[in-house]
Design a protein around this ligand. Structure first.
Ligand SMILES: *Cc1c(COP(=O)(O)O)cnc(C)c1O
Length: 451
């Protein structure tokens, strides 16, 4: 029989609903709370910052399925459904009996999964009469996705880009500008938060936490201007479930069911997206699939962080979020997987980890690039430095299967391609990259500051 490499769904099979796992979790995540009153956050509390429907989705604990607006499905057609691919080349190189599949989210025009949430976020804001959005971006993937989504739905966008990335990733900046967004290096003098940070430390190269503070401040002060976040929050994970819902149908086409599902982990959105639709069968006791989140050793919130209420940003403008965290002042090493340099994990994933429904592993930077290069040479696609964490974890599972002689089925999410991250590959190939360790003392010190 001829072997199938790619499993392709027709456009008519783009899901019509997202999956809200919270509705089916026995132990619900704790609510976000207001830092002043300590009261749980209600949808209305979020209206000043987020579109109304997004605010309602954020706190929805009852509806397992939420309709995808026709206008959003229409834009999804630009790149969805994305292919599910059998990694025959990688299997052969590893000489493993495991079957390895990956969901290829790198085919979106922005090169990552982030457009899956950027489109609905822009759409719901437009519905509300919002004219302008603000956001932050680290390595630039979220900013580029929101820039395109805003252009599609007729909104203006201002992006605070972490200063070091603004300088090191000029092409992501030009992508955002090509799609019509205004890009500002953060910390900047345009906000109180930025001015305070620059005054305290004039050479500060910026962080996601700072950029979030600046974007929120601008949104709060500008009429008809709202804020958008590309990860961590429940409504972002909700939108990303389109990945797993498609993958479920495609695995059925392949005639297999995954034993283990893997995603790289920044704030949790792509991991949630590939996992939650499959996890619903585990919640119902129908399947015993394992779910593995792969994070960088240098930013180990899931494997070494503490579960507690913490701010989502550096200054403390956000509600308090129940999360595995390294502390909102944690300054991760400057690894190339910029999208994974975030101090906390979303509240749903955090609860699932407490309940042992998912697992986490940490991966060293050099191992991620070794895995990325093997993947590029066997499957052809150059993966994003973030996605290489999932590839490395998948390779570890495939090698374990080889030792055990088991025909395990592995599914991982390829969250993006690395074509705009070639300077990172350059450095790796030149032997200039290193691993970054975090000491227990450093983690303890940041968590102490929270108490
Ligand atoms: C942003 C990003 C990530 C990490 O974010 P999550 O919310 O954890 O998914 C991973 N991969 C790529 C390519 C990204 O752009």
């Amino acid at each position: 029989m001829e072997k199938t490499k790619k499993f392709i769904l027709p456009e008519s099979e783009i899901p019509t609903q997202w999956y809200n796992i919270v509705a089916e979790m026995q132990n619900k995540p704790k609510p976000m709370i207001n830092p002043q009153t300590k009261e749980p956050i209600k949808a209305e509390d979020l209206f000043p910052l987020f579109a109304e429907e997004l605010s309602r989705q954020e706190v929805n604990t009852t509806d397992a399925w939420i309709d995808i607006p026709e206008e959003v499905r229409d834009k999804y057609k630009i790149y969805r459904p994305t292919p599910l691919v059998r990694a025959y080349g990688l299997e052969k190189a590893l000489d493993t009996p495991a079957h390895i599949y990956f969901k290829n989210e790198s085919v979106s025009p922005v090169g990552s999964h982030k457009l899956n949430s950027a489109l609905p976020q822009a759409y719901y804001n437009k519905l509300d009469g919002t004219t302008n959005l603000t956001t932050e971006t680290g390595a630039g993937q979220w900013g580029t996705a929101l820039a395109l989504a805003c252009k599609m739905f007729g909104l203006e966008l201002a992006v605070y880009m972490v200063k070091i990335s603004y300088e090191q990733k000029p092409y992501r900046r030009s992508l955002m500008q090509t799609w019509g967004a205004q890009v500002i290096a953060s910390p900047s003098m345009s906000t109180k938060a930025g001015r305070k940070i620059i005054t305290d430390n004039p050479t500060y190269q910026g962080s996601l936490g700072t950029a979030i503070s600046e974007a929120i401040e601008l949104a709060m002060q500008t009429p008809h201007c709202k804020y958008a976040l590309g990860s961590v929050l429940n409504h972002v994970s909700l939108h990303q479930t389109i990945i797993g819902l498609e993958a479920e149908k495609q695995m059925e086409m392949a005639g297999e069911y995954p034993d283990v599902i893997i995603g790289c982990f920044g704030g949790g959105s792509n991991f949630s997206g590939i996992s939650f639709p499959f996890l619903r069968h585990k919640l119902k006791g129908e399947k015993n699939t394992r779910f593995v989140a792969a994070e960088p050793t240098s930013c180990p919130k899931l494997t070494r962080g503490s579960f507690q209420y913490d701010f989502g940003d550096e200054i403390g403008y956000t509600p308090l979020i129940p999360m595995f965290t390294l502390g909102h002042n944690f300054a991760p090493a400057n690894i190339h997987a910029g999208g994974l340099r975030y101090h906390g994990a979303g509240s749903i994933v955090s609860q699932l980890l407490i309940d042992n429904l998912i697992e986490a592993v940490d991966i060293e930077q050099l191992d991620t690039f070794e895995a990325g290069i093997l993947f590029a040479r066997t499957e052809g696609i150059i993966p994003a430095p973030e996605s290489t964490h999932a590839i490395a974890a998948a390779i570890n599972e495939a090698l374990k299967a080889k030792e055990e002689g088991s025909k395990k089925v592995i599914l991982f999410n390829l969250s993006g391609h690395g074509l705009i991250d070639m300077s990172a590959y350059d450095q790796y190939l030149a032997g200039d990259l290193i691993n970054h360790e975090v000491s227990d003392e450093e983690i303890a010190k940041n968590l102490e500051m929270l108490a």
